[in-house]
Design a protein around this ligand. Structure first.
Ligand code: SAM
Length: 237
């Protein structure tokens, strides 16, 4: 999706766009941020593609600075409004692909959640290079991407419960509300992180509501729900 489409969706962001930290029913993002922040309070959090800055609002108090970057101006306006009482928050309307030039080697903790989803491999690689450039050596990266295995799981659940659902495409480009987005396998994610200079990723699952998959939660009672991948990785020194 391009900037124009994100701007359009921003008109009703809370209704139309996934808020990853809010979906995090098991608290895996919260624990990963707290662990990465550690006890010191002089570190810098950078959230690339921050949306309305839910992550920053929740965790800025653990950092000296909390920098949020998003290229959709209505989204940044919303983030600024919501962070009005967060003194650490600095919110900028900039394309993530340019963040490496603006904030080189800045982040001790770097978040990028449900942003590397372009159908263009070239654009995804540009974000990967920006992640590498913004991270300080040894920085912790929290990268969330939609999971292709989750789409396969949802499809299998739907078959079990006689629900209509479309088989997941092999190329990982999945249509959601008319927009195609890149969904990642665990293997692709690990390979990309290595290519971008991040090592030893630990993978976990962040819950996604059944409703995001167009399925009523009540009809899937007793089955494990859908998920995004959360990779916690370290920038090489
Ligand atoms: C699905 S939302 C995720 C928001 C937030 N990270 C979360 O997980 O709740 C994706 C956000 O990334 C932003 N975005 C996508 N591509 C971007 C880019 N190249 N540069 C800056 N922001 C981008 C969009 O404007 C949108 O606000």
């Amino acid at each position: 999706m391009d900037r124009r489409r994100w701007r359009h969706l921003a008109r009703d962001f809370d209704r139309d766009v996934t808020d990853t930290p809010r979906n995090d029913a098991r608290g895996v993002i919260r624990r990963a941020v707290e662990e990465a922040a550690g006890q010191r309070r002089d570190r810098v959090l950078v959230d690339l593609g921050c949306g309305p800055a839910t992550l920053i609002r929740r965790h800025a108090s653990l950092f000296a600075r909390a920098v949020g970057v998003d290229f959709a101006d209505p989204v940044i306006a919303l983030a600024r409004k919501r962070c009005a009482r967060v003194p650490q928050a600095e919110l900028h309307c900039v394309d993530v692909a340019l963040a490496g030039e603006q904030w080189p080697r800045t982040a001790d903790v770097l978040a990028c959640m449900n942003v590397v989803t372009s159908t263009s491999a070239r654009k995804r690689e540009a974000v990967g290079r920006a992640l590498a450039a913004v991270a300080r050596p040894g920085a912790r990266l929290l990268l969330v991407v939609p999971a292709l295995e989750s789409v396969q799981h949802v499809h299998a659940c739907c078959q079990t419960r006689n629900y209509e659902s479309i088989a997941p495409p092999r190329n990982g480009l999945v249509s959601r509300g008319g927009d195609k987005q890149k969904f990642w396998t665990e293997g692709e994610l690990r390979e990309a992180l290595e290519r971008w200079g991040f090592s030893t990723p630990r993978l976990d699952k962040v819950s996604v509501p059944w409703s995001d998959e167009g399925v009523a939660a009540g009809d899937m009672r007793g089955l494990p729900g859908p998920w995004d991948w959360l990779a916690v990785a370290r920038r090489a020194r």
